[in-house]
Write a protein that binds this ligand. Structure first.
Ligand SMILES: [Zn+2]
Length: 447
């Protein structure tokens, strides 16, 4: 047999293998409720195609998984929880499996696939979010069958809580641990991101467990993240040093000595806890190439936005985005930033990090920074790129307090209105604006 014939034989074999591929097995069905959101997770034997639609009278969400079968391990199905009254499922004649959620009231379903990550296998996740109050009358008038259509995908933000498990990170004078506070900030940030219809968060760890740096990057890549943001808290022997710092990746040569030392501390837990030092030279070489990358300039842009927002309410150690050779930022094509939220070694900063109110402000500031960046730079193919940011819905009287560093065009971008409209609504003669002044933002009703 010639090489060519052998090759053709191989192709035929692969093709026939696909034709008789075993059905996707739905191995588990889980449902959880958190405040007004409900999440359904289906454990799958492999990634699957699916269709999602809603029915009314009574309200239902229907999930069809192509070439799927529900198997014994998924039984019994979980009982209803939250707004889900009941979960039903059937293997259908057409070879698909159908899962029906009976709901107490209409909900907006959103679905996405999560790739297996070593801890869990492939999953199909369906989030049910309340239909916005304003949209409800329209939904009720809508025809009986409504196929959920999404113009473009959601932006995926990988939120990486530093350290965890056997790696506690730094700790403060009264014992507050970095790994605990950064997890709380990260989880809250993920919640805020998930509440935005244009975005979805992916947590590289959601509990107190050890995940090595390479795995964090790999998971984010599998989740197809558009942005990677690592959350940390810094420490220094001089307890007077305090404030937040935002970093992007740098080659070994470009970082100053202090930043290099910090990076070594943060990098200490590399692959399965192997120290960095002996690998540093090789890695520095790899990192250097990346400094050429366009992702780095995007990282600076995101970093700038986050720094601006955090600087509104807390002390900033360095006004500019810094560079340090953090391994966790070594993603070749995704903008990546590392936020040292504060110095946990400083008593005031430690107290701040221990306060839920302060963590909330941090999470919100980081989110606003991320939003500002994506509104200006929506990734192609995303919903944000297709339809623009959700407009303010507060009626004609939305107000915006001008903050330091803002420009009229950035504000206009943020609310998806033109500079001209803001100018005319506020009778501004030029684009000059004054920090602290309140701007009226014209909303849809005005247009
Ligand atoms: Zn850290």
């Amino acid at each position: 047999m010639s090489a060519r014939q052998r090759l053709l034989g191989c192709i035929a074999l692969v093709a026939s293998g696909l034709a008789v591929a075993a059905p996707v097995q739905v191995e588990g069905v889980r449902v959880a409720t958190d405040n007004d959101r409900t999440r359904l997770a289906l454990d799958l034997s492999r990634p699957a195609e699916h269709k999602l639609f809603t029915l009314s009278n009574p309200h239902r969400v229907v999930i069809d998984i192509k070439a799927g079968r529900i198997v014994k391990s998924a039984m019994p199905l979980p009982t209803g929880t939250g707004i889900v009254r009941k979960i039903r499922t059937a293997n259908r004649q057409d070879g698909n499996v159908r899962i029906v959620l009976d709901l107490e009231r209409p909900m907006k379903p959103r679905s996405f696939l999560l790739a297996s990550n070593g801890q869990q296998g492939d999953r199909l996740v369906v989030d049910l979010v309340p239909v916005a109050a304003a949209a409800q009358p329209a939904a009720m008038k809508a025809p009986a069958v409504q196929v959920a259509r999404t113009p473009g995908r959601e932006i995926v933000v990988a939120v990486d809580a530093g350290h965890g498990g056997k790696d506690p990170g730094a700790h403060g004078p009264s014992g507050v641990r970095e790994k605990d506070v950064v997890l709380k900030i990260s989880r809250r940030l993920a919640e805020i991101i998930d509440a935005d219809p244009n975005m979805r968060a992916y947590l590289t760890r959601s509990s107190d467990r050890f995940v090595n740096l390479r795995e964090r990057m790999e998971r984010s890549r599998a989740a197809e993240a558009d942005l990677f943001i690592s959350i940390h808290a810094d420490a220094f022997r001089d307890r007077r040093v305090r404030g937040a710092t935002v970093y992007v990746l740098s080659s070994k040569g470009a970082a100053d000595e202090a930043n290099r030392q910090l990076a070594n501390r943060e990098n200490a837990f590399l692959i399965g806890g192997v120290e960095l030092d002996d690998k540093e030279e090789t890695l520095a070489g790899v990192l250097y190439d990346l400094s050429q990358n366009a992702a780095l300039s995007a990282s600076f842009d995101v970093g700038d936005e986050i720094l601006k927002e955090i600087g509104q309410f807390t002390k900033i150690r360095k006004r500019q985005v810094q560079q340090a050779p953090f391994l966790v930022l070594k993603s070749p094509d995704v903008p990546s930033v590392l936020v040292e939220t504060a110095f946990i070694s400083n008593p005031t900063d430690e107290q701040n990090l221990a306060s839920s109110g302060y963590r909330e402000r941090l999470a919100r500031a980081i989110f606003t920074g991320i939003t500002d960046y994506f509104v200006a730079n929506p990734p192609p193919g995303t919903r944000l790129a297709a339809v623009g940011p959700s407009r303010p819905t507060g009626g004609p009287n939305v107000e915006h307090v001008i903050r330091r560093g803002e420009t009229l065009s950035a504000i206009a971008n943020r609310y998806a209105v033109s500079v001209r409209r803001i100018r005319s609504a506020n009778k501004l003669r030029s684009d000059k604006i004054v920090v602290g002044k309140v701007l009226r933002i014209p909303t849809k009703q005005d247009i």
